[in-house]
Design a protein around this ligand. Sequence first.
Ligand code: SF4
Length: 406
Amino acid sequence: MGGSLTVPSVPALSYSSFRTYQECPLRWRFLYVEKLPEAPRGYFTFGRVIHSVLEELVAPLVVPSARRAGESDRQRTLDEWHVRSSTPTPVRWMSSEELLAAYERAWSSEGYTSPEEESRYRALGREILLRYYEFLVRDRPVPVAVEEHLEARWDGIPIHGYIDRIDRTPAGGLEIVDYKTSRDLSNDDARDSDQLSLYQVLVESNYAEPVQGLTLYHLRSLTPLRTAPRERGALAGLHDRLGSALDGIRAEAFEPAPGRHCARCDFQDRCPEFRAVPTADGERLRSLVDRFEALRAEEGRLESELRRTAEELHRAAEELGVHRVPGSRTVAVRRREEAWQYSLDSVRPLLERSGLASRVSSGTPEDVRKLVRDPTVDPEVRRKVAETASRRVKWYWELEAGPSES
Ligand code: SF4
């Protein structure tokens, strides 16, 4: 795909654009070059509404931080924040009734599959907002920005993103908060989140203060899933992947990448992966597929029957102490294969003490086997390493020509 279609100019990558390209380059083209609309989905609409009401709720609390560039004169300064921080700045805080009124104003019915689904989501939103409101009244955050659009060039890669909230930490740094309305989230999600990593880079590129925390805020359970900011080395992998995506976009590499995600793709009717078989060939191909399916099922059945028969033969041969069992036409011969297994975890401390750890750097047991056979290695070390091995015996059967065939 691609070639004839030109990407207007290399776009800045947002997290969702990057993720879309990684998942399926062709879908990226449909969305970001051809700008085809997607069907609305209730859960996206719901997330958007909750985000916009939270923005309205938290915006009055914002005390802008010292920015690197482009500050407005009217913004309060960081120094002013420090003076006021011991006594919270009086702000016009929404009442819970006003919050619910804002929610009703923002509500959209777009994308819900039924009135029941919409009313379930609507009630859930009310519950989330009221519970979060009570929490915020008790434990007021100190945001320096809400729903802020940030841009940066990360070592040559243009990136951008909308950050739900950036809070001042008690130590004077910044904490990035991303609201999530999804059902389940775990600490691992926060720890592994590329989205939070990208936001960290955006905030560090635009703010003078250090990022001290990254949080996915799970709104359904009012749980902040906090994680430390990423180290430079941990960000390098993301930078490489963003670079590869950008290279692909520049080269207009828009091949389809089918997978489970196709189930929620709106462009199946345009995608070659889902092109329909011409009617004239339908019958012929259908019978081929049916035959293939039947053979596959037979293959599985035969494999498990073969395994069961070999096991039964093996048990009988063990009981009788025999290795050659004549059949009507052939003789089944029992063969033995023996392998010594090494556990790298138990061998490594021994090799480290002997200064030989680099010999198993590839992390495969084959390295240990080579070392045990190597005559240049101290025989005492080889003996000790060999003693950690465990023996694995595998039996299998072969067929030889029987007496009548020879
Ligand atoms: S249907 Fe699947 S392969 Fe085709 S564009 Fe959509 S996501 Fe990509």
